[in-house]
Design a protein around this ligand. Structure first.
Ligand SMILES: Cc1cc2nc3c(=O)[nH]c(=O)nc-3n(C[C@H](O)[C@H](O)[C@H](O)COP(=O)(O)OP(=O)(O)OC[C@H]3O[C@@H](n4cnc5c(N)ncnc54)[C@H](O)[C@@H]3O)c2cc1C
Length: 557
């Protein structure tokens, strides 16, 4: 059995192994698609390595709407196959693969007209529920009258909202889930190395036999040997195809999506809300004691690594939400903002690419090299399976079928039983039951590792900040077990402080650096640099937003 821990020592030996071993499969990209592919391949018994140039989930996979859903809008396009597939994945995630991370969430579809709209939307939602077959982890949709709406969602304008239909989907902390898939892949033997960038391909004749990469920490070059290289680079796909001198079967364009984060008090509703907009839909999604509202959909050609929201993006979201809300949302209520880039895939003319679904495409532009792009977060497991099914053809050996449908992620084992024992865990650990529930919903059965840390260093039981749910132990654990290597990794992805705290939590950067410095064996200079680098990132983001949101009160630590 291998360890799932992504510690500094693990990274050190992973980088050494990258240069000395021959792998069956080398995955480029540590977004949800890449880690899904690495898990699929490792759990088939293959020798697997994954390299990620930034941090796990640093690309699109930490910047989504965080919904695990069938995609209501595909019903209007009659794409029942796609909806059925996504609903199947939703069921698997909620009930088997990671129930500690993926949770059901109710949405109101408000109606502005009494009969015709209710019949049309009701039929659509009945079909949506029916397409999941006999799987029943989430409740069936139900009709809500205008009188009930006033109780359930007093923030919906009574003068125009005539009732609603409530249906269910699911939600997840995307960055945490992607990390859990990566750690599960590590537990099944995959070598995971972040801050290692693929720069060029190693070829023998026409065949790709590996990748020349750079360790961005030491600056050293590494030649990684692999029978098949699997590229899962999302919005970086076109750039890498060009760099690798490959004629790809598809192109990837980028579309920017922005979300704003508001305090719970800004919207009075005990369910999420979905609104049709002129171009797509807008979600008002409950997120702990806050709301996430988005998203936009605009073409984008700027820096892939740092997509920022603009004043116009934020204004669009406020305007759309305010069509139905009373009182209206105000700019000064906004706590946080984040932007992400959708990888939209289009097949190139005359290519032999397989467009396996309307959403994702797999390609084999050279012997020994396959790639995948597009898709949605919800279907990452299917994408991982599809790309590895294509990759194993290159291995010239019999390889077992994918088993990820039956493979729970780390932390999922015994989760439901642990929830029932949470009072006892609270008593034994001395933590309150709210904290235990917070920890179970982030680590599942791996809560024992956090509690062990607190046992050995009781001061880590303290909260990082009185207004945030995170313990100091979680910050320590991020660096000791979850591969965090910078202040940004902890603030933006291991926790979600970057959009949950005012001013991107910049005031907490120093405290976080102090906790992770000994784990990462930082000097005083390393510590200062990591804090400054996060402060600079926030400055660039503020400039893009034109200071519009940062006049409000700052978080006081
Ligand atoms: C605003 C928005 C909302 C969304 N909402 C939802 C939703 O609610 N539900 C849903 O199902 N889907 C949603 N999606 C879609 C979903 O988020 C994406 O489809 C998914 O995250 C893409 O994952 P990926 O792994 O393909 O790409 P990424 O997460 O971008 O991963 C690609 C990785 O490749 C790495 N990389 C690039 N170049 C190199 C190199 N040279 N060497 C090594 N590594 C490299 C990058 O650093 C990056 O981490 C949303 C997308 C957006 C933008």
């Amino acid at each position: 059995m291998f360890l799932s821990q992504l510690s500094p020592e693990q990274r050190h030996s992973a980088v050494a192994e990258l240069g000395s071993e021959n792998f069956d499969v080398l995955v480029i990209g540590g977004g949800v698609t890449g880690v899904g592919a690495a898990l699929d391949a490792a759990s088939r018994g293959l020798k697997v390595a994954l390299i990620e140039s930034q941090d796990i989930a640093a690309g699109t996979s930490s910047r989504s709407s965080k919904l695990i859903h069938g995609g209501l809008r595909y019903l209007e396009q009659y794409d029942f196959k796609l909806v059925r597939e996504a609903l199947h994945e939703r069921e698997l995630l909620v009930s088997t693969l990671c129930p500690h991370l993926v949770k059901p969430v109710g949405f109101l579809f408000p109606l502005t007209e009494k009969f015709k709209e209710r019949t049309y939307v009701g039929a659509g939602l009945a079909l949506y529920d029916a397409l999941r077959g006999f799987q029943r982890a989430l409740p069936w949709h139900k009709h809500i009258s205008q009188r009930q709406i006033n109780e359930i969602a007093p923030s919906l304008r009574p003068d125009i909202i005539m009732g609603a239909i409530k249906y269910f989907d699911a939600q997840v902390d995307d960055a945490r889930h992607t990390l859990s898939v990566a750690r599960t892949a590590a537990r099944h033997g995959a070598i995971i190395a972040t801050r290692v960038r693929a720069d060029s391909l190693i070829r023998e004749g026409k065949r790709v036999v590996g990748v020349k990469a750079k360790d961005l920490v030491s600056g050293k070059s590494i030649s990684i040997k692999a029978t098949v290289t699997v590229m899962c680079a999302g919005i970086w796909s076109d750039e890498l195809h060009e760099k690798f001198e490959l004629k790809a079967g598809y192109g990837v364009t980028m579309s920017k999506g922005v979300h704003i984060v508001l305090p719970g008090s800004a919207i009075k509703s005990n369910a999420g809300i979905i609104l049709k907009t002129p171009v797509s839909v807008l979600f008002l999604i409950p997120w702990g004691d806050k709301w996430i509202v988005g998203t936009t959909d605009t073409p984008y050609t700027g820096d892939r690594a740092e997509p920022f929201a603009t004043r116009e993006d934020v204004q669009y979201i406020l305007d759309q939400a305010n069509r139905v809300l009373t009182p209206k949302l105000k700019t000064e209520e906004i706590i946080g903002v984040y932007a992400g880039l959708r990888p939209l895939v289009a097949n190139n003319k005359g290519s032999a690419t397989t467009k396996l679904s309307r959403e994702h495409t797999v390609d084999r532009p050279a012997a020994g090299f396959v790639s995948i792009a597009g898709g949605k977060y919800t279907t990452y497991r299917v994408m991982g399976k599809d790309v590895i099914d294509l990759a194993v053809n290159q291995l010239r050996k019999l390889t077992p079928e994918s088993v990820t449908e039956k493979l729970p992620l780390i932390g999922a084992d015994g989760y439901f039983a642990l929830v029932q024992q949470s009072e006892r865990i609270a008593e034994e650990s001395g933590l309150d039951s709210e904290t235990i529930s917070h920890l179970l919903n982030r680590y599942g059965s791996m809560i024992s590792e956090i509690l062990d840390l607190i046992g050995s260093q009781p001061s880590l039981a303290q909260k990082l900040h009185k207004d945030l749910p995170y313990l100091k132990a979680e910050v320590h654990y991020a660096a000791s077990h979850e591969g965090a290597r910078t202040v940004d990794d902890v603030i933006s992805r291991r926790t979600r402080i970057a959009f949950e705290a005012i001013n991107h939590g910049v005031e907490l950067a120093g405290d976080i650096a102090a906790i992770i410095a000994p784990v990462l064996e930082w000097s005083a200079k390393d510590r200062r640099e990591s804090v400054t680098s996060y402060e600079d990132l926030v400055e660039r983001e503020k400039t893009a937003l034109d200071e519009m949101l940062f006049e409000s009160e700052k978080i006081s630590s």
